[in-house]
Design a protein around this ligand. Structure first.
Ligand code: FES
Ligand code: FES
Length: 162
């Protein structure tokens, strides 16, 4: 048996220890906001936080994250590392304000990476944003709006934007 803590809820489940965390999150826990793109750590669509670190769940064996704090997009608004308001994390507010998503498939991974970036670096430069998100592929080409939204989220967290 494995004890998983996901979005603050403790689950005791019995998957094969080498099963990808992505499958457990989606299929066992029913948290389908985390997406499967490549399944090979190449696109970023499956990104979740493990102990606050952005982590590609498609190549993370579930057995390796037992008893660690896992956050998925469904739980992002409950994390306190960046100021939240209105029930949404600042990156979610900024994504809405900048109208970032197109098809949306890559966006939960982008949001999780952006939130981790801001937790580590409250005032990222364009270069910081590009470096943090460079491995996150968006087939719709929303990169410019993502960059603008990260800057907006940083300003929201500092209380200097609405
Ligand atoms: S699905 Fe995990 S990186 Fe693409
Ligand atoms: S919004 Fe469509 S892949 Fe990024």
């Amino acid at each position: 048996m494995i004890r998983l803590t996901v979005n603050g809820t403790v689950w005791t489940i019995d998957p094969p220890p080498d099963m990808p965390l992505l499958w457990v999150v989606r299929e066992t826990l029913g948290l389908t906001g985390t997406k499967c793109g490549c399944g090979m750590a190449l696109c970023g669509a499956c990104t979740v936080h493990v102990e606050g670190q952005p982590t590609r769940s498609c190549v993370t064996p579930v057995g390796s994250v037992a008893d660690k704090a896992i956050v998925t997009i469904e739980g992002l608004a409950g994390t306190g590392s960046v100021v939240s308001a209105g029930g949404l994390h600042v990156v979610q507010q900024a994504w809405i304000a900048e109208e970032v998503p197109q098809c949306g498939y890559c966006q939960s991974g982008q949001l999780m990476a952006a939130a981790a970036l801001l937790a580590a670096n409250p005032s990222p430069t364009d270069a910081d944003i590009d470096a943090a998100l460079s491995g996150h592929i968006c087939r719709c080409g929303t990169y410019q709006r993502i960059r603008a939204a990260v800057h907006r989220a940083a300003a929201l967290a500092r209380g200097v934007a609405r």
